[in-house]
Design a protein around this ligand. Structure first.
Ligand SMILES: *Cc1c(COP(=O)(O)O)cnc(C)c1O
Ligand SMILES: [Zn+2]
Length: 415
């Protein structure tokens, strides 16, 4: 049984039943799931959560669907790594990496899809669909396959091969749209009106976005039941950024952690930085942009939660940085070389922004800081292919190896 009670408009607070609805019928504000927090407080303990499965379903009491019948391919409960090497380099003494590359389809999108797809099936939908920058399409395709549902997924025409094949392998109807993500999204909003399908990030978006909260739950649990001081989070639509904080707030409301004023900082690519630009200009109104960046998973020029992201930056005393394509590649390499984690371009955005904020003194040296690595690098190899050392090519002889190895020069310390 779920403790979810209603959908409530973020703007006018009108309430609706837990149906497939993403905007308020009265004021067109976004609607959000509400819960019976008294019920949660009475029934949910740390021990109950700790005894749950090693997946996001350990937080089932905070999710808007029935965990017993959920579509579960193992999303969530990913490692939180103490990043000593990277921390030392950046002058951060308490740095952690939340490594969401280890999810079933190698990105945090498995969290949102696990919840949205499960709720969609409860609501009686037979088809799952989505507008995606790549990772979401992968995850919807995989969850639909596991659930025996049909999937129709829409992506922009210019995605990386890994993101395209990463959907095709599960056998969905994959639709490549001539246009950028914002065009794909507009198309799907129209299609959602014509077809009785669950578009996970359109008509069932309130359930989708609840999945992102589980990142906040996990980080708090993994830190020994406390919220961190500072988070650095990549922003595309802004949903993840806003929901991680909701995760901390709900745990506090349920009496499972102390309330804490966690600072929330955002990371964007300069080539698609509507939130970072507005933030740097001191404005609460972002201007939509036409994306041009290698961080394709973050290439949303007109972010649905852009305004709420700006509100959150202001409320929490966070900052929002943006980084160039070259800095993104350097960020990917830096994370790999210091911590052994191969994140995708969005991870490069996060690490490069973390570095920028640390250098600007916007992150305190002793703050418990968590950087969120939301997707795996093997899906975006194109981004780094030209900037990594080529392998040595040799014949299968000792002489050939030694000649090639020596030719690297004294730097490698040939014995
Ligand atoms: C979708 C995505 C994000 C951000 O998602 P929003 O909730 O839309 O801001 C971050 N990282 C990766 C890898 C993604 O695929
Ligand atoms: Zn409303």
């Amino acid at each position: 049984m779920s403790f979810a009670t209603n959908l409530r408009c973020r703007e006018c607070h009108r309430e609706y039943p837990l149906a497939a609805l993403n905007v308020c019928e009265y004021c067109f504000g976004p609607v959000e799931v509400t819960y019976d927090y008294d019920g949660i407080r009475k029934n949910v303990t740390r021990a109950r959560i700790e005894a749950g499965p090693s997946s996001l379903w350990r937080y089932r009491d905070f999710l808007p669907c029935d965990a017993e019948s959920a579509i579960d391919i193992g999303a969530g409960f990913t490692p939180l790594i103490r990043a000593k090497n990277l921390g030392k380099l950046l002058g951060l003494n308490n740095l952690y990496i939340k490594n969401d590359t280890t999810n079933p389809t190698w990105s945090f999108k498995d969290r949102v899809v696990a919840v949205a797809a499960s709720r969609a099936r409860e609501l009686g939908y037979e088809k799952l669909a989505c507008a995606s920058t790549g990772n979401l399409a992968n995850s919807v395709s995989a969850h639909a396959a596991a659930a025996g549902m049909e999937a129709v997924v829409f992506i922009p025409h210019d995605l990386e091969l890994g993101k395209v094949l990463g959907s095709s392998i599960y056998g969905p109807t994959l639709v490549k749209v001539n246009g950028n993500y914002d065009a794909v999204n507009r198309l799907c909003a129209e299609l959602a009106g014509n077809y009785n399908w669950a578009f996970v990030n359109v008509n069932v978006r309130p359930y989708y976005s609840e999945g992102s909260k589980t990142l906040g739950f996990e980080v708090a649990e993994q830190l020994g039941w406390q919220a961190p001081d500072h988070c650095v989070v990549p922003i595309a639509s802004g949903s993840l950024f806003v929901k991680i904080r909701k995760g901390f707030q709900e745990l506090a409301k349920a009496g499972l952690i102390e309330e804490k004023a966690t600072r929330m900082s955002g990371a964007q690519a300069t080539g698609c930085s509507p939130v970072a630009t507005a933030w740097q200009e001191g404005s609460m109104n972002f201007r939509p942009q036409r994306p041009d960046t290698i961080a394709k998973s973050l290439a949303i020029g007109n972010p649905a939660d852009g305004y709420y992201s700006l509100v959150q930056l202001k409320e929490t005393g966070g900052s929002c940085g943006s980084v160039t394509d070259d800095e993104i590649v350097q960020g990917m390499k830096l994370l790999a070389e210091t911590e052994g984690i191969f994140g995708e371009t969005a991870g490069g955005v996060t690490i490069a922004t973390l570095k920028q904020l640390a250098e600007q003194g916007r992150i305190g040296a002793d703050e418990v800081t968590v950087a969120f690595i939301t997707g795996a690098g093997f899906k975006t190899v194109e981004a780094v292919a030209d900037s990594l050392n080529a392998p040595l090519e040799i014949d299968a002889t000792v002489e050939s190896f030694e000649a090639a190895y020596r030719a690297l020069g004294p730097a490698v310390g040939v014995a």
